[in-house]
Write a protein that binds this ligand. Structure first.
Ligand code: PLP
Length: 449
């Protein structure tokens, strides 16, 4: 058994990294698997438990990635394992597209009831974040009979053709795959630290929205051609960027005025990660469609869109998925939501506050830290080589993540030069103190050269 989180010796490194067994696995993986995967460092994972990851050589790491913001309840939470085992004994697959079964019906009812806002909702199940975005894109076009969608620079919505067309994150993700789906218009996402309009401050950030009515509608596409705006409540892969307070409500008001659907991509920010069940609840906005995946089922591949009932008006056969809503995944999701409602959402808010306060303290001591931002346990630290000029420290960011790995802390980057802290929501103060210490030492090591 792995050591419980409170055990004093975590992380515990027994070999050079990667150790011999991990090395063999990685060499074979490199020979046989797609070179398109983006591995930040050579970690070959044998087991996970709670906050811990153990590699094939017995090295134990503290995990502040949660498998890219997925394992919200921690690795292999006993109640999730039991729910999976129990469901697998009864029914593994039958296809919710063609037949009815309990876990899918129960989860649809649950998600429809907990989704933001009071308007009645309906749920469509998918297998991933990209598929959820794809479904939202199709539903928006179908319902509105309009073809265009507004998305944001810096956004990441996935890699299937529709989702990729909406994604405005990195050119390498789009290059060579065109032509992409026509009708997508990208606009600036407000970033008060790095103002896209080059004049810092909130009013400036909100000018990115004025652009929609002042330029986009009269010059590019009239509003009656726009089916939807798709927005991440907090931009995730783009760098964990929190928009200014009025942003979402102003954006919602524009969409309502013109009969445009407001799609919240909560694939990364949803399911308790930001200290509320859905991040958009921080701003009191009721989206027309919410996209979910990642943290929805504690690591089982499940996604969903939750749409207002009157919007989900597509007829039988218009959209479906063989595996979407798989009973084992739905059982894991029902247990995940139960754990979130029993306290993990509040815990995420509390621990997020604690972690942010510790990272803020580091920012006062380290020249490399430009900004600490985020909500709940969706926190980003943007690294810069010079605080005043805010010169992006991309190389240094990669180096810090690598040094942390070598010292037993798993982190991932986001954006060009930020480090993301997205631990399982079960994280405790002792884990946070350990992680911040390792991060602190990595920054010092880098600064000392
Ligand atoms: N949407 C957002 C906001 C995401 O962060 C991601 C993945 O990082 C996706 C969609 C795509 O999810 P998936 O990789 O499950 O297709």
């Amino acid at each position: 058994m792995l050591q419980p989180t409170k055990y004093p010796k975590v992380p515990e490194l027994k070999t050079a990294l990667p150790g011999p067994l991990s090395k063999t696995l990685i060499e074979s993986d490199e020979k046989y698997t797609s070179p398109s995967y983006t591995r930040a460092y050579p970690l070959a994972v044998a087991r996970g438990e709670g906050m811990l990851i153990e590699d094939y050589d017995g090295n134990v790491f503290l995990d502040f990635t949660a498998g890219i913001a997925v394992c919200s309840t921690g690795h292999c939470h006993p109640r999730i394992v039991a729910a999976i085992q129990n469901q697998a004994q009864h029914l593994i697959h039958m296809s919710g597209t063609d037949f009815y079964y309990g876990p899918q019906q129960e989860l649809a009812e649950k998600l429809a009831n907990i989704a933001p806002g009071n308007t009645p909702k309906k749920v469509f199940f998918t297998n991933s974040g990209a598929e959820s975005v794809e479904a939202a894109f199709k539903l928006a076009r179908f319902h509105t009979k309009r073809d265009k969608v507004i998305a944001f620079f810096g956004s990441f919505h996935g890699r299937t053709m529709g989702a990729l067309s909406l994604t405005g994150s990195k050119a390498v993700q789009r290059r060579g795959f065109g032509p992409l789906i026509p009708g997508v218009i990208h606009i600036e996402y407000p970033n008060c630290y790095r103002c896209p309009l080059k004049t810092p401050g909130n009013p400036c950030c909100l000018k990115t929205l004025d652009h929609i009515e002042e330029n986009l509608f009269p010059r590019i596409a009239p509003p009656d051609e726009i089916a939807a705006v798709i927005v991440e409540p907090i931009q995730g892969e783009g760098g964990y960027i929190v928009p200014p307070p009025e942003f979402h409500q102003r954006l919602k008001a524009i969409t309502e005025k013109h009969g445009i659907l407001y799609i919240a991509d909560e694939v990364q920010s949803g399911m308790g990660r930001t200290g509320k069940m859905f991040a958009i609840e921080h701003w009191g906005v009721e989206p027309d469609i919410v996209c979910l995946a990642k943290g929805l089922a504690s690591g089982m591949p499940l996604g969903a869109i939750v749409a207002k009932e009157q919007i989900m008006d597509w007829p039988p056969g218009a959209h479906a998925s063989t595996f979407g809503g798989n009973p084992v995944c739905c059982a894991a999701s029902l247990e995940t939501v139960a754990l979130l409602e029993e306290g993990l959402v509040e815990h995420s808010a509390e621990m997020g506050f604690f972690l942010k306060s510790k990272l803020d303290q580091l920012a006062t001591r380290h020249e490399l830290i430009g900004e600490v931002r985020g909500l709940g346990l969706m926190l980003g630290v943007e690294l810069v080589t010079e605080k005043f000029a805010k010169t992006p420290a991309k190389k240094e960011r990669d180096a810090v993540v690598e040094i942390c790995f070598r010292n037993g802390l798993l982190l991932l980057g986001c954006g060009d030069n930020a480090v993301r802290f997205a631990p399982p929501l079960i994280v405790e103060e002792t884990d946070i103190l350990t992680a911040v210490k390792i991060f602190d030492e990595a920054l010092t090591e880098l600064a000392d050269g």
